[in-house]
Design a protein around this ligand. Structure first.
Ligand SMILES: [Zn+2]
Length: 213
């Protein structure tokens, strides 16, 4: 309440702006660096600020090199950027190492199958096939049996079945993939990597293509 009153009086009068001493709470001129009453300094000396930032960096730095949270890294980076360039660089290096670790964790493992295996499983027990393959990352090889004229998908069927009706509909996810399909022909034996998005006894399998092998 007292502070609110002071703010109000400051903005409505022409009196010299004041602040409270951090040590004895006396009203003193706003620009005063040393309190006229208790003779204490109002702001920390520059060397003290640098020392504190340095100590904080060392503590947080030792945390992050032991592989702790990225939040800690980000905070430390923020604090050091404004101080010493050398330390900032060190911290950025740590952040880069963390980023690399994250990328390594994202490497996908594909399980290799023939399209025929997937269709046999589907014929034998569609429910079992759904639980086995749905949302799985697979590397599939089979015969290219259809190329969609709109370039949305291709179909692959088992290479040893001439008149296979159902197969795997592989959806093209990028222009780069479309370019590769441009060079293919029906009947080619191809290998695709991707994630199976749906399994159905009528439509067969759907897959989002990650890449061609
Ligand atoms: Zn004072």
């Amino acid at each position: 309440m007292e502070n609110n009153y002071n703010d109000y009086s400051k903005s409505t009068t022409n009196a010299t702006p004041t602040k409270k001493c951090k040590h004895c709470q006396t009203d003193i001129p706003k620009k005063a660096k040393i309190c006229p009453n208790c003779k204490k300094r109002q702001s920390m000396p520059v060397w003290a600020i640098i020392l504190i930032v340095f100590v904080v960096f060392v503590i947080l730095g030792s945390f992050s090199t032991k592989g702790d949270s990225t939040t800690t890294n980000a905070e430390t980076t923020d604090k050091t950027e404004s101080t010493e360039a050398q330390e900032g660089t060190k911290e950025v290096e740590v952040a880069e190492v963390v980023a690399e670790e994250v990328e390594v964790e994202e490497v996908i493992e594909y399980t290799t199958y023939e399209v025929g295996e997937l269709l046999d499983d589907l014929n034998n027990n569609a429910l079992k096939a759904e639980s086995k393959y749905s949302e799985q990352y697979v590397e599939l090889s089979g015969e290219l049996s259809n190329i969609d004229s709109d370039g949305k998908y291709i179909s692959i069927t088992p290479s040893d079945e001439e008149f296979a009706i159902i197969g795997v509909q592989c959806y093209l996810m990028s222009d780069e993939q479309k370019d590769k399909v441009m060079e293919m022909s029906k009947g080619d034996v191809i290998t695709v990597r991707g994630k199976i998005t749906s399994v159905g006894e009528v439509m067969g399998y759907s897959l989002d293509i990650d890449e061609f092998k």
